[in-house]
Design a protein around this ligand. Structure first.
Ligand SMILES: [Fe+2]
Ligand SMILES: [Fe+2]
Length: 258
């Protein structure tokens, strides 16, 4: 770790010790009573998912903080204050720590991911049927279902942006799930990083999303439901029996009454 990183960690440890009420020689800190998490994140140009992944927060906690459903506790406020002033140093310090512990880092470079997928999909990337507006909707649907199903949210996001990236037309293309899985696996480490188990879930979700099956596996089911819920864009009436998750079934049923 760099000298600056070491100093930062030491300062953060002292601040945390102080926050916990432990001895902290000659060190006086002011811990703010409230922290504007949304403005810190927005200044950095990160989505909630990216902010959570980069600094090790639970994405649901970040959502709760931003919507004032909960306040960050004292330790989290200390860390958020350090992030507000030295985001790059915190990233470097945490990254070094994670690497030294040989633990996989989970991240998605959303800007590069979108660029790469658009390039791969070519002229169809902005198609109203299977293009970028559909991918964004699939991600929204998936992240809506995930708190209920317990799905792995980074897999849900990656599924949304990869699943239709290898279509060769906007009509019948049975091979696009397999091609998406092949493409996604080549981008691990470049556009995103996830552990082996999550990668297997992503690849299975991508390969089989064209078959119309349902599954009891929560993450894969959430991905498939998220995609099928957007069939309303082509005027299809949703059928709950083709949904895998309880929340997916509920949303499909609700869409029929709208
Ligand atoms: Fe598809
Ligand atoms: Fe799709």
């Amino acid at each position: 770790m760099s000298e600056a990183g070491s100093k930062l960690i030491k300062s953060a440890q002292q601040a945390l010790a102080y926050a916990r009420g432990e001895e902290s020689e000659g060190f006086v800190v002011h811990v703010p009573e409230a922290v504007d998490v949304k403005s810190i994140r927005k200044r950095m140009g990160l989505t909630q998912l990216e902010f959570s992944s980069r600094f090790g927060f639970d994405v649901r906690a970040v959502q709760d903080w931003e919507q004032n459903r909960r306040q960050p506790d004292r330790s989290a406020r200390v860390l958020l204050t350090v992030i507000a002033h030295e985001p790059e140093a915190v990233s470097r310090a945490l990254d070094a720590k994670v690497k030294s512990n040989n633990v996989d880092v989970r991240w998605v470079n959303r800007v590069e991911l979108l660029r790469a997928v658009e390039e791969h999909y070519g002229p169809y990337a902005h198609s109203s049927i299977h293009g970028v507006s559909h991918w964004a909707k699939v991600e929204d649907n998936g992240l809506l279902i995930a708190p209920y199903s317990g799905a792995d949210t980074i897999v849900v996001t990656l599924f949304a942006w990869f699943h239709d990236s290898c279509r060769v037309n906007d009509h019948v293309d049975h091979g696009h799930g397999n091609r998406a899985a092949e493409f996604a696996v080549t981008q691990r480490g470049a556009l995103y990083q996830i552990d082996d188990n999550s990668l297997q879930l992503l690849l299975e979700a991508l390969r089989d999303h064209t078959d119309g099956r349902v599954t009891e596996e929560a993450t894969i089911g959430t991905c498939w439901d998220a995609d099928r819920l957007d069939l309303t864009r082509v005027g299809d009436l949703l059928n709950p029996k083709f949904m895998s998750t309880e929340k997916g079934k509920e949303l499909a049923l609700k869409s029929r009454t709208l």
